[in-house]
Design a protein around this ligand. Structure first.
Ligand SMILES: C[C@@](CO)(OP(=O)(O)O)[C@H](O)COP(=O)(O)OP(=O)(O)OC[C@H]1O[C@@H](n2ccc(N)nc2=O)[C@H](O)[C@@H]1O
Ligand SMILES: Nc1ncnc2c1ncn2[C@@H]1O[C@H](COP(=O)(O)OP(=O)(O)O)[C@@H](O)[C@H]1O
Length: 318
């Protein structure tokens, strides 16, 4: 009997704090970061098929590779190899439904890789634990372990070593999507260049932000959001300055570039405020699309054993 397809839902992330150290000999930068998983999700379905391949639907599907460079396909090959299957003939197809902006600094590719690991673990009845999957995931990308874990977490190393963080209450966000993506390596390289040229401000210690998360007070948290990659993302995409200003003018408590950008995330006082800020920001014409989201939400999760149809997320077109 052919096994039933498995669908996993997996969240986007925002870095509430992203402190970037110097480049290491392996080319990665040492990080201290706080991730929060948001209610913008991708869904990945894995099914047994003689003809292997990937179908991609949804947000930005056209710019997602469907061949061997897709991070989710790399996850198939890695897990096949790990479990003694032929990575070139894994006998599965993937269907990816994107709700996370592509190349937006919200870890969409990592999310799909994490979802694929979890789904295949079920489909192939491998019975690997979350720690095993996380260790495999870190080989695919620094953000993959967080996509599996979700919630709010402190990340160190290149972002793959995680400790859960206490975050009281739910935080409400407005997410501004840009018209084009930014390349993560290009943004890290730009930061190195800026640091050689001058001394861009660095974010401070992470402890006050951890206290703000524990208190659950969005006003306190807003004062402490910080991202060392923001200067580099703004340097490569100067229009982001206008987006960040427009979000705060629209009533957000604070705005930040999400990870390597160009997506901007605005923290709001509550859910109603987020809807008001989203409506006003979408009228400002500074970005492609505006969404509302909340966090923290859980990491990659089995949805059902049938392919699921995801409800359309709330979005306001600019
Ligand atoms: C910046 C962050 C913040 O969470 O995410 P995004 O905003 O892109 O989603 C991450 O550090 C991105 O993590 P991820 O996208 O998994 O990166 P990887 O595939 O591991 O690495 C891609 C490239 O980014 C650079 N890189 C990544 C992580 C790190 N700590 N230092 C780096 O210098 C390296 O040039 C590396 O070759
Ligand atoms: N499953 C995937 N989903 C999205 N992008 C992918 C995927 N696999 C590979 N990519 C490639 O990875 C690049 C980075 O995409 P993404 O992970 O969404 O952004 P970011 O690294 O900014 O969080 C994209 O430009 C795309 O070419």
């Amino acid at each position: 009997m052919v096994p039933t397809p498995i669908t996993v839902r997996v969240p986007a992330k925002v870095n509430l704090h992203l402190s970037v150290g110097d480049a290491r000999p392996d080319g990665y930068h040492e990080l201290v970061t706080v991730f929060q998983a948001l209610s913008m999700t991708d869904e990945v379905t894995v099914l047994v098929a003689e003809e292997p391949g990937i179908d991609v639907h949804g947000e930005g599907a056209d710019s997602v590779p469907t061949g061997a460079s897709n991070l989710a396909w790399k996850a198939v090959q890695l897990l096949a190899e790990h479990s003694g299957r032929d990575p070139e003939e894994p006998g599965v197809r993937l269907s990816i439904n994107k709700g996370i902006p592509v190349a937006g600094g919200m870890a969409g590719g990592s999310a799909d890789a994490a979802a694929t690991l979890l789904a295949l673990n079920q489909l192939w009845r491998l019975e690997l634990g979350r720690d095993d999957l996380s260790e495999l995931g870190a080989k695919l990308g620094s953000d993959v372990p967080f996509s599996l874990q979700g919630g709010t977490a402190l990340g160190t190393g290149r972002g793959e070593r995680l400790v859960p963080v206490l975050a009281r209450h739910t935080f409400h966000w407005v997410i501004a999507l840009d018209r084009r993506g930014l390349s993560t390596p290009a943004v890290y390289t730009e930061l190195d260049r800026l640091r050689e040229e001058s001394r861009p401000n660095r974010v401070g210690e992470v402890e006050p932000l951890l206290e703000a998360l524990a208190s659950g007070d969005p006003r306190q948290l807003a004062l402490l959001l910080g991202n060392d990659l923001q200067a580099a993302a703004v340097s490569l995409r100067p229009g982001l300055r206008r987006t960040l200003r427009a979000g705060v003018q629209a009533g957000a408590l604070a705005g930040i570039v999400s990870g390597s950008g160009p997506t901007c995330a605005f923290l709001c006082t509550d859910a109603d405020a987020a809807v008001r800020v989203a409506a006003e920001l979408s009228g400002a014409g500074v970005c492609r699309t505006v969404r509302v989201a909340h966090g923290p939400v859980p990491g990659a999760k089995l949805v059902s054993e049938e392919p699921a149809h995801r409800p359309t997320p709330p979005q306001v077109h600019a």
